[in-house]
Design a protein around this ligand. Structure first.
Ligand SMILES: Cc1cc2nc3c(=O)[nH]c(=O)nc-3n(C[C@H](O)[C@H](O)[C@H](O)COP(=O)(O)OP(=O)(O)OC[C@H]3O[C@@H](n4cnc5c(N)ncnc54)[C@H](O)[C@@H]3O)c2cc1C
Length: 323
């Protein structure tokens, strides 16, 4: 076996809502568990977490800090760091960190989340999570009744505009790089009072650290307080590549909206001993869903370890009782 610094029953790669929830379950099940986390939860730029009952408005950093304390409270270990490679040494997984540390594990729970890849509009990345928004369930209430523009980059823009219309009577679709809408879509948008503006968006207009509009390439302006965007949800699954787990494309209406690592309903991947949970497995999961999937995967990992331990105990018992 290769030299590793420490061995754990379970290593959790990624310490957001999914990873920490899984780690609490494993620590409470008296498993020796380590969480390795690079400290960049996807919603870090948001002012608060919404739609998570009892945690409404809690800053994302605080949710993670409290979660870490809960894991530690049951004896789980947390380590700040970036996992750069995961390999295999027989039955054992080897996990290499960027700082040179290596640990090993009997089972892996990978909860590395996803990367929101934004359309290349100057200034958009700086406003993401503030007033450039991807999810009305996360931010819609905060911009209710305000003028909202939808940056159309694919066929899902119509669905997106109809969705945001629930939060505001003033929704404008900026057709930007999307193909012209068909007659049926145009009728549906018009029926809900949603205007469509042709032309590419060239810049965001920000005053006093607040979005006030967007500038089109022809120099015209469209006033808005929020810009709805559709990032590509790219699974942060590179560390799984050496184990043979590659991301699968997720499509809607023939358009790739993201990637994810395939697993069954418990989070088990096709590689025995490796589970995934949270956004790396399901780009649509919100915080509460990510947490739930971490809990479910952890329970299955615990049971998988119990099965293996029982098999070993039976074999030993037979050996001991053999004449
Ligand atoms: C701007 C914004 C606002 C949002 N607001 C809400 C909201 O109000 N309510 C809601 O329910 N959802 C919201 N979401 C969605 C929410 O962010 C996700 O549902 C949630 O973060 C998923 O949890 P996770 O544990 O899967 O991933 P994450 O929270 O992203 O955690 C993954 C962790 O893994 C770490 N990691 C990645 N790669 C490695 C590696 N190689 N080694 C070690 N660690 C690694 C990351 O640094 C990160 O800490 C929002 C998303 C965005 C973008």
């Amino acid at each position: 076996m290769q030299q590793t610094d420490m061995h754990y029953e379970v290593v959790v790669v990624g310490g957001g809502a999914a990873g920490l929830s899984g780690a609490v379950v494993l620590a409470r099940a008296r498993r020796r568990v380590l969480v390795i986390d690079a400290g960049r939860p996807r919603n870090a730029r948001a002012e608060g977490v919404h739609s998570y009952l009892t945690r409404d408005g809690m800053p994302p950093g605080e949710l993670v800090a409290v979660g870490r304390e809960e894991v530690r409270g049951y004896g789980g270990a947390i380590r700040d760091g970036e996992v750069v490679r995961i390999g295999r040494d027989g039955e054992v997984f080897t996990v290499a960190l960027a700082d040179g540390t290596r640990v090993s594990a009997d089972r892996l729970l990978v909860t590395t989340g996803l990367v929101d890849e934004l359309p290349p509009v100057p200034g958009l990345a700086e406003r993401f999570g503030r007033d450039a928004l991807h999810c009305p369930y996360c931010h819609g209430w905060e911009v209710r009744g305000e003028p909202i523009a939808v940056l159309a980059t694919g066929p899902m823009a119509v669905h997106q505009a109809l969705l945001w219309r629930q939060w505001s009577e003033t929704v404008t679709v900026l057709r930007h790089t999307a193909a012209p809408f068909g007659a049926e879509d145009a009728e549906r948008l018009a029926a809900r009072g949603i205007a469509v503006v042709d032309g590419e968006v060239a810049a965001l207009d920000v005053e006093d650290d607040r979005l006030v509009g967007v500038a089109l390439a022809d120099g015209s302006m469209v006033a808005c307080r929020a810009l709805a965007v559709a990032p590509t949800f790219t699974a942060a699954g590179a560390v799984l590549a050496d184990l043979g787990l590659k991301p699968t494309e997720m499509t809607r209406e023939g358009h790739v909206i993201g990637t994810y690592i395939e697993s069954d309903q418990t989070g088990a991947t096709p590689v025995p001993g490796v589970w995934v949970a949270g956004n790396v497995a399901n780009p649509m999961a919100q915080v509460v869903g990510a947490a739930e999937s971490g809990v479910r995967a952890a329970a299955m990992i615990n049971f998988d370890l119990i099965e293996a331990e029982t098999d070993r105990a039976v074999a030993e018992r037979r050996r001991a009782l053999a004449p």
